[in-house]
Design a protein around this ligand. Structure first.
Ligand SMILES: [Zn+2]
Length: 103
């Protein structure tokens, strides 16, 4: 029985949100960088809402980050596993204090 090593992931802000609230973060998985644009959007049903779009690809996901019951994403990973890299990336940035709530 071998152990499966989780891929090494780091996330960092590449471009902080501009006046329109649009920023870019980089999700690095095993050394490969994926760039996402993100925009915090109004969320009235719990948690913080973000629209996340991987640069160069068409997919746009609406992600909610917060308590477990307030956490959701529209991607296939979340549908299958109840967790995904989009939520993990945003939660990590919030935890590091790099996504302060907009006033
Ligand atoms: Zn997702």
């Amino acid at each position: 029985m071998g152990t499966v090593k989780a891929p090494a992931r780091t996330v960092r802000i590449v471009r902080p949100p501009n006046a329109d609230g649009v920023g870019v973060f980089c999700l690095e998985i095993d050394g490969a960088c994926q760039f996402y644009t993100f925009l915090e959007i109004r969320c009235d049903i719990g948690g913080r809402g973000f629209a996340v779009h991987r640069l160069g690809q068409g997919d746009l996901y609406h992600v909610r980050v917060g308590r477990p019951e307030d956490t959701a994403c529209e991607c296939m990973g979340f549908l299958r596993w109840d967790r995904c890299k989009h939520i993990a990336a945003l939660a990590a940035l919030i935890k590091k204090g790099e996504l302060p709530p907009r006033s």
